[in-house]
Write a protein that binds this ligand. Structure first.
Ligand SMILES: [Zn+2]
Length: 129
């Protein structure tokens, strides 16, 4: 008796399109960088203002990697804090979302300079070739 697999999406296992397409891009970069080698691990950096849901990104990773050289690779996600530059004293600093005080002069109007990133930092390929 043949089994249909086309009903899988009814059970909500399809990841959100946003993370899916972002993950697709990251995976393309990783596979190109690996040049066909197997990938042991991917390391990405995600800013808190990128709008990326970490859990969904992991889900997308699990959904997209089977059958690729990145299948079963470790997926390291580094979550960054927003970064600011103080216009008064020039200090650069990171704070958790919701607290924007300059640690040097306590000004609250620091300019946001980072936190929107979604970057592929590195990949690991097997050493023993
Ligand atoms: Zn300052």
């Amino acid at each position: 008796m043949p089994k249909s697999v086309s009903q899988r999406s009814r059970y909500g296992i399809v990841p959100p399109m946003h993370e899916l397409s972002l993950m697709n891009n990251l995976l393309d970069h990783a596979l190109a960088a690996a040049g066909g080698e197997r990938i042991c691990a991917l390391h990405v950096r995600v800013g808190p203002l990128s709008g990326v849901v970490i859990e969904s990104l992991r889900f997308a990773f699990d959904a997209l990697t089977p059958g690729t050289p990145a299948e079963n690779a470790r997926f390291d996600i580094e979550e960054t804090a927003p970064t600011f530059r103080c216009p008064h004293c020039g200090a650069t600093y990171e704070t958790p979302v919701g607290n924007y005080h300059c640690p040097a002069c306590a000004a609250t109007d620091g300019e946001l300079t980072g936190g929107y990133e979604l970057e592929l930092i590195s990949i690991e390929v097997p050493d023993d070739v």
